[in-house]
Design a protein around this ligand. Structure first.
Ligand code: FEO
Length: 401
């Protein structure tokens, strides 16, 4: 095996041996304009251990980076923290190439890996809290079920105070820089928040419990090594604190008006609602779902207190890109929102009722009066839209932290 690709040292004994995916732009519906990385880590302990692998097409890049440190055949253990295929896709081939002594995953992970791959060898299921000696180093494992798959777990390298956190604390950012202090803080926080909103939001309550648990059991990592994006070594406290804040989903003085328009009537209504929100002292993002990707809408919603959705009626339905965005938002289960629906129509006008139904399903508290416009909004209707924005602003202020 060549070593055209180099490992990057995290500590004396731990190396990043992952792969950079410069060109990925879609992650099951989450747009990734900056690409991503699949992080794998090599621990050069008495028992040489590989933490996670990479997406299948990047196997050779990972093996090449491992070869820059040691012969991959010297790997004794492989630990799979997360079975999703961006981290396990090449596991069968790596096991075949390396022939490790033992392969570990969480108890659930062992089953999930067996369900993905027809393994002809044992995957050892680890218990929550179990420890594993690597000779001169030791690992402990913590189940993190539903963050964000049932199999997910953390691995902690005690001697280095290094937490391998799989998807948690990660981000989709392809970069040659491996550490947080090498990347602009604004990019890190934007991409970390976007990742949280698009991947972890449905399980936010579990993130709060997990952070509490880390503190309770005395895990205070100096380094957090996620499965995507830069490794946290300089701002560990900052990212953990941001996770705590995002997970709480406490509404702030912010609102998102998401809409789709055919001939600018619904757009005019959206702009008037936005103006009313702004006049009421609320930061507002007015987003045409035909222009802004659903991932960008959910990023803006992460700390918002209101979601106002509008659509023209097309063939007795929502505009397709509004329906797309709403379906995505519904799945991500944002909490603590007030909301309202609006829209224009030509003759049937079902869109507003359909939006309200979805918002109710999402447990968004509907406030203010529904506003509909036939063909083109009149001055009176635009005034009602503005009043709706002002009403919404007052409701957000009552609830915001
Ligand atoms: Fe990065 Fe859930 O896989």
């Amino acid at each position: 095996m060549n070593n055209f690709f180099q490992a990057v040292k995290l500590t004396d004994d731990v190396y990043w041996v992952g792969a950079i995916d410069w060109n990925i732009r879609d992650f099951h519906g989450y747009t990734t304009p900056r690409g991503s990385t699949y992080n794998a880590y090599l621990i050069m302990a008495d028992k040489v251990t590989l933490i996670d692998t990479v997406k299948a097409p990047f196997k050779d890049e990972m093996l090449s980076r491992i070869s820059s440190v040691c012969d991959p055949g010297k790997i004794d253990y492989i630990v799979s923290n997360h079975a999703e295929m961006d981290h396990s896709g090449c596991l069968p081939e790596v096991i075949a190439a390396v022939d490790p002594e033992r392969v570990f995953a969480s108890a659930v992970g062992a089953n999930v890996l067996r369900e993905h791959f027809a393994f002809d060898r044992e995957i050892i299921g680890l218990k929550d809290g179990e420890e594993l000696s690597l000779g001169n180093r030791s690992l402990s494992f913590m189940e993190t079920r539903m963050l964000h798959w049932p199999d997910s777990m953390f691995t902690y390298l005690k001697e280095e105070q290094l937490l391998f956190s799989q998807d948690a604390f990660g981000m989709h950012l392809a970069t040659q820089e491996r550490f947080d202090d090498e990347v602009a803080a604004a990019i890190l926080e934007y991409e970390a928040a976007t990742y949280f909103a698009n991947i972890l939001l449905p399980y936010a309550a579990l993130a709060t419990k997990l952070i509490d648990r880390l503190q309770r059991v005395g895990i205070r990592p100096k380094i957090v090594a996620p499965d995507h994006g830069p490794i946290w070594r300089s701002s560990v406290d900052r990212i953990v604190s941001l996770y705590g804040r995002w997970a709480e989903q406490k509404p702030r003085l912010k609102a998102v008006v998401a809409y789709g328009t055919m001939w600018h009537s619904t757009e005019a209504m959206a702009r008037a609602i936005g103006e009313g929100l702004s006049a009421g002292g609320i930061q507002v993002k007015v987003m045409d779902t035909g222009v802004h990707h659903r991932s960008a809408v959910v990023y803006e919603l992460l700390e918002a207190g209101a979601l106002v959705v509008g659509s023209s009626t097309l063939n007795n339905n929502l505009l397709p890109h509004v329906a797309d965005c709403l379906t995505y938002l519904k799945g991500l289960k944002p909490k603590n929102l007030v909301g309202a629906a609006f829209g224009s129509y030509g003759w049937s006008g079902e869109s507003v009722g359909q939006i309200e139904e979805t918002l109710r399903d999402m447990k968004v508290e509907l406030v203010g009066e529904q506003v509909k416009a036939k063909h083109v909004p009149t001055v009176e209707i635009i005034a009602r839209c503005r009043r709706l924005g002002e009403t919404m602003a007052a409701e957000v202020k009552k609830r915001a932290v």
